[in-house]
Design a protein. Structure first.
Lengths: 351, 351
DNA sequence: CTGAAAGCGCTTACAG
DNA sequence: CTGAAAGCGCTTACAG
């Protein structure tokens, strides 16, 4: 345990120098000089000394006495995803002006690590939390009791991107169902009659909603609901070969799909890659729609559902701050609209 | 300023319940029971009560008295980049077991924001900092006095990925020069005689080193140093069209380049895109090498210099902790080796 | 082996 | 308008 140099300036010293009491300094620092009718000249002297010496009240002492840290915790499965970056940007857009600091931590798709990280943040006295929680693969045991405990506790929480069953909470999500519906409808309008659904086999609200949106579009177009062979599910492990096998089998069937709707960008890229190995180019030979935008200068040829991530971050932070002050109910749900990116659906096979 | 519920359990209460003094509890909690020869039975009772009531000493009180926060700050220009994610992973690999928490913040390529964010972290009492600092475009005014001030201060700092001139500091970087040399040498071995260098026009050690490595390779192969028309520089703004214009002009010249070495992945993708619009495919018509790995299932066809980011994170954290304890000198420089990824250099034009 | 006491740097009733 | 005093929850000499 090393010792750090003591803060050079303390309130005590400052007060002594100016010949006033610490109370007076503290009051002026918090902008309460009018309320306590402190002589303007005194207040002025204090302000000048503070500015000149670069004095800032010790964070730990302030937090200890005020029971407020000015920090909000942000927990995501990973930091590497445009998703993350943009949501964080939105959050910071809001927290910064409000004099809060966003403290980012990652749970790396590990519920145990998630629990640990949340515990750390709580211990560090965060005033609120924004969380994109982990989700289990179907059939996987998943213990989210730490989230339930958290939501029952005193610290305000806003979930982003996904909601939790069985427990009331505040959330900000995108219109997953509507986006999936629009994207699928576009595939159908381009001539597809046998779209194939590809997704992570993961049990989470956003994915469920996207599947529902996919089915909505089929129903609206009077296309019969897909058989199980047109629902392809895969594990998150990018190196798993389950998708490869399923896809090969499906494409060699006598009535192969004539388009793809994929729920996530990563799996879409993998699907596109696997198809290309079978000699099928997207979108030339077969069109594909998916959630997520293309990175700059790397057009994937897919129809992209653009997600309003920055906006989601802003709204989540906004909602959290309102929950902290009590201005918003802690079970408010916000759904952000999505839109289709300008698309390439040229030459669909079924057209 | 809302009030949070007070922590339910305090050391005082715990001591009262057990009929011992707070000192005894504190000592046992810090594992000093042997040193102070506290009766094992007493220590045992205390440990049990602590575990059973889930007591943890108040963070702010502990930090206030111990002058140690257990937090290390991590500041990067952006969170969205594989670079970031991997370095953070490496950092957490090290800090977690050592009972430190990594607190991530972003400076968004803005020196002013960088200064603010660093200030925030210092105010929050971080025990050390790991920073990938911002860098100016050539000719741009750049004030990094906040970094110089920081490096002269009491808080240990390790810079990653790039170093600073004019000021001693600790750093962990990759072998930029060696990687660029190897990549360029590979282009030359594949038959290139007029490689073109493309880079961000940015004044930072890593980029300078890559250019030097590029020139090293040419010199070693007895190829004359490139003329200025084979050094293409562009701004960071992904929508800038300076590169597009320069590239078109260069490719329509009578002796166009027969390969490309690009310093960063983003610019490489842009270059590849612009070439494809001129009808040139990478690597079929023209080979390209660059720093950074391809994302999964999106082979770019480029020769990639794989960067040891996780390792860099680990070493940076390691070095920081050693600097904190005084075990390492605060001006230690570490260079991590890089390697070429299995490559596609097929059918180079000049071969 | 253990406790009373001072101290970390700030906030906040409470007197005047 | 301003100060003396108690308190936030912990740590750490110091005395026994």
């Amino acid at each position: 345990m090393m010792e750090k140099l003591p803060d050079n300036v303390t309130m005590k010293r400052l007060a002594q120098q100016l010949g006033v009491s610490r109370t007076t300094v503290s009051l002026v620092l918090k902008g309460q000089e009018r309320k306590y009718r402190i002589r303007e000249e005194t207040a002025q002297r204090i302000r000048e000394a503070v500015a000149q010496q670069g004095f800032r009240p010790n964070y730990f002492a302030t937090a200890l006495t005020s029971r407020r840290s000015g920090v909000i915790g942000v927990v995501f499965p990973n930091v590497f995803e445009a998703f993350m970056s943009e949501v964080v940007k939105g959050i910071e857009d809001v927290t910064h002006p409000a004099d809060y600091t966003a403290m980012i931590a990652t749970s790396r798709f590990d519920p145990l690590l998630e629990a640990r990280v949340l515990d750390q943040l709580l211990h560090r006295g965060v005033d609120g939390l924004i969380i994109a929680c982990n989700a289990p693969f179907r059939g996987e045991p998943y213990d989210c009791s730490h989230l339930h405990r958290l939501l029952s506790g005193p610290v305000p929480v806003v979930l982003v991107d996904r909601t939790l069953r069985d427990h009331p909470h505040a959330s900000v999500v995108q219109d997953d169902r509507g986006g999936a519906r629009k994207a699928t409808a576009a595939l159908l309008r381009a001539g597809s009659r046998r779209p194939c659904y590809v997704s992570l086999d993961i049990d989470v609200s956003s994915i469920r909603d996207r599947r529902d949106g996919f089915l909505d579009a089929l129903r609206e177009a009077n296309i019969r609901q897909p058989r199980s062979r047109d629902i392809l599910l895969t594990r998150r492990d990018p190196d798993a070969d389950d998708l490869s096998l399923a896809l090969e089998k499906r494409m060699s069937h006598r009535d192969p799909p004539d388009s793809f709707f994929v729920t996530t960008a990563g799996i879409a890229m993998k699907t596109r890659y696997l198809l290309s190995r079978m000699g099928l180019q997207v979108p030339k030979n077969i069109p594909m729609a998916r959630f997520g935008a293309d990175p700059p200068y790397s057009p994937s040829g897919m129809l992209c559902v653009e997600q309003p991530h920055v906006d989601m971050g802003r709204r989540a932070a906004q909602l959290l701050m309102e929950t902290i002050t009590g201005a918003a109910r802690p079970d408010t749900h916000i759904v952000c609209p999505v839109r289709l990116a300008p698309a390439h659906l040229s030459r669909s096979k079924g057209a």
